[in-house]
Design a protein. Structure first.
Length: 172
């Protein structure tokens, strides 16, 4: 592995750890300040901080099926990191690498909750629409998936992905 790939990998791992730590810190603050308390309204009829313990995954799916969600989270994190490592060095793939790190950070943040608490702590609530309460890791996942979709559909072409495969095959 060349020097640029190693430095990109180190920066990626540090970024993943920092983003995951920010998610965990936000959840710790929510537990300390919101658990067993009424919602804290920040913008009336629009946005509140509401403590919710979610035993499932996104929007409460897979309730009480922690083992499945834990396995899926591990698969996502490992798959994302393997893809990250296979990407060529250089600025061309930095947006893709950044989106992958943010996605892995979101999966890791909620995985930590599932493994340590048995639930995921959610606390952001939009009152003006009927939308589930969510957390920082959920924002990471949602935004990164949207960015990945845009990148893979509108930015990177088939030749870019073929070049990635070709460069990796030549190293073997």
């Amino acid at each position: 592995m060349d020097r640029r790939k190693i430095s990109t990998l180190v920066i990626g791992i540090i970024s993943l750890l920092l983003l995951t730590a920010a998610d965990q810190l936000s959840k710790y603050i929510a537990v300390i300040n919101l658990k067993n308390r009424a919602s804290l309204t920040l913008i009336p009829n629009f946005f509140s901080l509401t403590y919710v313990e979610n035993p499932g995954s996104a929007w409460g799916m897979f309730q009480n099926m922690q083992w499945l969600v834990v396995v899926l989270s591990f698969v996502i994190i490992v798959g994302v990191m393997l893809y990250f490592i296979r990407l060529p060095a250089g600025n061309k793939y930095l947006p893709l690498k950044a989106a992958l790190i943010v996605l892995a950070s979101g999966a890791a943040g909620n995985l930590i909750d599932r493994l340590t608490r048995g639930i995921v702590v959610d606390f952001f609530e939009f009152k003006f629409i009927s939308f589930p309460v969510f957390n920082v890791a959920d924002i990471y996942v949602t935004v990164s998936v949207a960015v990945l979709f845009i990148l893979l559909v509108f930015v990177y072409k088939e030749d870019d992905l073929y070049t990635m495969k070709k460069e990796n095959d030549e190293r073997i």
